[in-house]
Every structure is written in structure tokens, then in C-alpha cells.
Ligand binder design. Structure first.
Ligand code: ADP
Ligand code: MG
Length: 253
């Protein structure tokens, strides 16, 4: 945790989720979730498949509309029907398991298109920002490569650089390394670790327990639409209190 996340009260929260519920028809997928992520904090969400982790992230940037409860991002209630969703979404970077790059655009083109369309940046500025972020993810040499010419790990790093190019206040990651060959996972995690070191606020769904242990300020274990246990990684991953957390960890560790 960095100094900026300390004791200045409610105003320092990057994400505040209260009483969040989400149903798809009869199926209640989130059953009352409360989470606060402070600025500069890295929170990892772990839990079995189907427990609601992706739905939780998607409710933060309103890719899913919560059934009830409130979600505030940097003090703005995104669940307020009056809110300007495009403005909110621009403040939140999202990285998915699938990289979703445009196949017909180079790495540089993938990083400039949203800046130009959504932020109205000119070509020169967008390219300058793009190059800075390609450098940040270690892909300076790949700016003219197309996605098909890049490894999965490189594509995911382009996707991270693309999100960073929008200047987000916080980043959401949904299993960013799950689709990668094992030997490519480390490079992506190293980039994420660098962002954490730079003070980026991050909410990360991951099965990488070593990442959660080493990088997270807090780990949240979800099961069946509820938070079962949360706390520092050395407690939740290292010495879990709940039987369900122990059972899950014994399967993934
Ligand atoms: P996780 O990411 O933890 O694997 P998800 O949030 O993806 O879990 O899904 C939680 C539950 O919600 C699952 O049972 C899933 O099938 C269901 N679900 C997710 N999205 C939808 C949707 N758009 N429509 C109906 N059911 C959904
Ligand atoms: Mg998921």
C-alpha cells in the first residue's frame, strides 16, 4: 500500500461497493457484496468458477447493471441513472482473459484508435502516449506488428498498454493470464507488478496465487455470490480461516 491510500477518510476510496446484488432471471449471482478499494491498493479476487467474480468486475464499469446496491468509482456513483457512463468507463481500464485486439491494426494502431475516437486526441499526441505505454509493457520493438505476429503474452501486454493509454484511474483485470501458455504468464504478471509498484489502483481476478501473495494488499475469496473471507494475502492464502477457502486453495495450489 502506498502513502496516498492512508487515513484521509472516505474520499480516498477508488471503488466503493455496497450491498451489490445481481440476478440473471431466477439466478442470483451476486448476493450482497461489500468491497472498498482504496486509491493505490491492489485487491485480488479469488474463488471457484461460477462464483460471480467476472460479474462483480463487470458491475464496476456497468458492463452489467446491478439488480440492487451501489457502486461508486472515485466518488461518483456509477449506479446513478443520471451518470454519464462513457465518462466513467474512460476512467476505468479493463483487461480481459481474451485480448480483443483489432486484428487489422498494428500494436500502435490498437493503442491510438480509442484515444482518437473516445478522447479526441490528435494523431501525434495519441502516438506519443501509445509509444510511452508500449515501452512500459516492454514492447517498444513491436509497434508495427499485427496481433497475429505476436505471442499471446505480447498480445495481452498490448491490451494492457491500450487500457493504460486512456489514462485510467484504476484498472480491472479479469483472469488476464488464464488463456496464456504457462511460459508466457510471467511477463504479463511482471507488467502488472510494475503497475502496482507505480501506485495504480487494481482489482484483479486471478488464479495466480503467487501473484496474489506477493502483490496484493488484500485478497478477497468469493464463493457462490458472497465474500467468504478477506484480508491480507498471508492470512487468506497463507492461513485461511474458513473451510471453503481452505478447500478451494487445496485445489488450486
Ligand atoms: P466467475 O467469473 O466467478 O466464474 P461469473 O461471474 O462469470 O463467475 O458467473 C457467475 C454465474 O452467473 C454463473 O453461474 C454464470 O453462468 C452466470 N452468468 C454470468 N453471466 C451471465 C449472463 N449474462 N446471463 C446468465 N447467466 C450469467
Ligand atoms: Mg470469470
Amino acid at each position: 500500500m502506498n502513502e496516498a491510500t492512508g487515513t484521509s477518510g472516505g474520499g480516498s476510496a477508488a471503488i466503493e461497493i455496497e450491498g451489490l446484488r445481481k440476478s440473471f432471471g431466477e439466478l442470483e449471482v451476486l448476493r450482497g457484496i461489500d468491497i472498498t478499494v482504496r486509491r493505490g491498493e491492489v485487491v485480488c479476487v479469488i474463488g471457484p468458477s461460477g462464483s460471480g467474480k467476472s460479474t462483480l468486475l463487470r458491475c464496476v464499469n456497468l458492463l452489467e447493471e446491478p439488480t440492487s446496491g451501489t457502486v461508486c468509482v472515485a466518488g461518483t456513483e456509477v449506479t446513478d441513472p443520471e451518470v454519464d457512463l462513457d465518462r466513467i468507463r474512460r476512467r476505468i481500464g479493463m483487461v480481459f482473459q481474451a485480448f480483443n485486439l483489432f486484428p487489422h491494426l498494428t500494436a500502435l494502431g490498437n493503442l491510438t484508435i480509442a484515444q482518437r475516437r473516445a478522447l479526441g486526441r490528435g494523431k501525434a499526441e495519441a502516438e506519443e502516449v501509445a509509444r510511452r505505454n508500449l515501452r512500459r509493457v516492454g514492447l517498444t520493438e513491436k509497434e508495427t506488428s499485427y496481433p497475429a505476429q505476436l505471442s499471446g503474452g505480447q498480445q495481452q501486454r498490448v491490451a494492457i498498454a491500450r487500457a493504460l493509454s486512456m489514462g485510467p484511474e484504476l484498472m480491472l483485470f479479469d483472469e488476464p493470464t488464464s488463456a496464456l501458455d504457462p511460459e508466457l504468464v510471467g511477463d504479463v504478471l511482471a507488467v502488472m507488478r510494475g503497475l502496482a509498484d507505480d501506485g495504480m489502483t487494481m482489482l484483479v481476478v486471478t488464479h495466480e496465487m503467487s501473484f496474489a501473495r506477493e502483490v496484493a494488499d488484500r485478497v478477497v475469496f468469493m464463493d457462490d455470490g458472497l465474500i467468504v473471507e478477506e484480508g491480507p494475502p498471508e492470512q487468506v492464502v497463507g492461513d485461511p480461516r474458513q473451510a471453503r477457502t481452505r478447500a478451494f486453495l487445496s485445489r488450486v495450489l
